[in-house]
Design a protein around this ligand. Structure first.
Ligand SMILES: N[C@@H](CCC(=O)N[C@@H](CS)C(=O)NCC(=O)O)C(=O)O
Length: 318
């Protein structure tokens, strides 16, 4: 590994986040050059490499696709790997605890559909959380939670998706195989979950026209950043994952219903033909994908969930 390529680490020594990477590099005995950053006056290198995504290393294709990937079908009933799936289902029941209105639950459902895994859906009532939820996710008390046979429950949607992908890697691979592409997918999923989508909740909670307009502006900036990301990831193909639905298609795709619902309530467009032409087309494509259709809530389900949010987490007072 140490000889495979020169690694450079940009950071500052007092940072625990930087230190954890240094420890990993040491454990793996990887030689690297440390590039000191000045956080009081950020370098061009930092600004260029962490905000706008860097050019992909593999120029001609985003990532190597497993040959099986090409064969995977979008329809669960005609999936060529049903023998795998039935054995997964037979070896252990899959149960998913959630509500149909949750995009975090929907993304797990989307992956289960893509991989043609049968599962039992256990409806959770978030207004009155079940014993099952409180005991299986005592840390966050949030859905989704996945149960696979007698194994310990698995919490957090991204963790669940990676688990399913590792457990059943040959059926519709979700994460790419090339490490740098996996890393970039995780980076952008993290951006969508922790920066971009929370702006919609912020929009709901913020009182007053002026405050809301400022958040809409940030949402639109984020959407344009995602448009660039799509361009780089898709490399002219239909999806973030290239020819097939991949990790980012699942992560961002399952927020679309909520995004469109919020847009209608607030009279603005985060994605459209002018600002984000590629993502506008991608939205149509993903929404007509068979595995996606089975995972996405109807508008009335969203409205009921929205009303519940308004009661339990009301907008801030002016
Ligand atoms: N980071 C979590 C987020 C899950 C999440 O926020 N779930 C919501 C439903 S959409 C929930 O369970 N909320 C209950 C609560 O906040 O108490 C994941 O990716 O699974």
């Amino acid at each position: 590994m140490a000889n495979k390529g020169k690694m450079k680490l940009l950071g500052i020594t007092p940072s625990a986040y930087v230190n954890r990477v240094q420890i990993a590099l040491n454990l793996k005995r990887v030689g690297y050059e440390f590039v000191d950053e000045n956080l009081a006056c950020k370098s061009d290198l930092l600004l260029k490499s962490n905000y706008k995504i860097i050019e992909p290393v593999t120029k001609d294709h985003r990532w190597y696709l497993h040959p099986l990937h090409y064969k995977s079908s979008s329809s669960s009933t005609h999936h060529p790997y049903n023998h795998h799936l039935s054995s997964m289902a037979k070896n252990g029941d899959i149960k998913l605890l959630g509500t149909a209105a949750s995009p975090y639950v929907n993304r797990v459902q989307f992956v289960l559909n893509l991989k043609s895994i049968e599962y039992e859906f256990i409806e959770e009532n978030l207004a009155r959380k079940s014993e099952l939820l409180l005991t299986s996710n005592p840390v966050h008390k949030k859905i989704p939670v996945l149960f696979h046979a007698n194994k310990p429950p698995i919490c957090e949607s991204l963790v669940i998706i990676e688990y399913l992908d590792e457990f059943l890697p040959d059926v519709h691979r979700i994460l790419p195989l090339v490490p740098v592409d996996r890393a970039n997918n995780r980076f952008w999923a993290n951006y969508v979950d922790n920066k971009y989508f929370p702006l919609y909740e912020e929009l709901r909670q913020t009182p007053g026209k002026e405050g809301k307009e400022a958040i809409k502006k940030q949402i639109i900036e984020g959407s344009m950043l995602l448009e660039e990301t799509f361009e780089k990831f898709s490399n002219g193909k239909a999806y973030f994952g290239g020819d097939n639905v991949g990790y980012m298609d699942v992560i961002l795709g399952c927020f679309i219903a909520w995004i469109q619902f919020t847009e209608k309530l607030n009279e603005f467009n985060a994605f459209d033909e002018v600002k984000t032409p590629k993502l506008a087309k991608w939205i149509e494509r993903i929404q007509s994908h068979e595995s996606f259709k089975g995972a996405i809530p109807r508008n009335e389900t969203l409205m009921n969930f929205y009303m519940m949010l308004q009661i339990h987490k009301p907008p801030r007072a002016t």
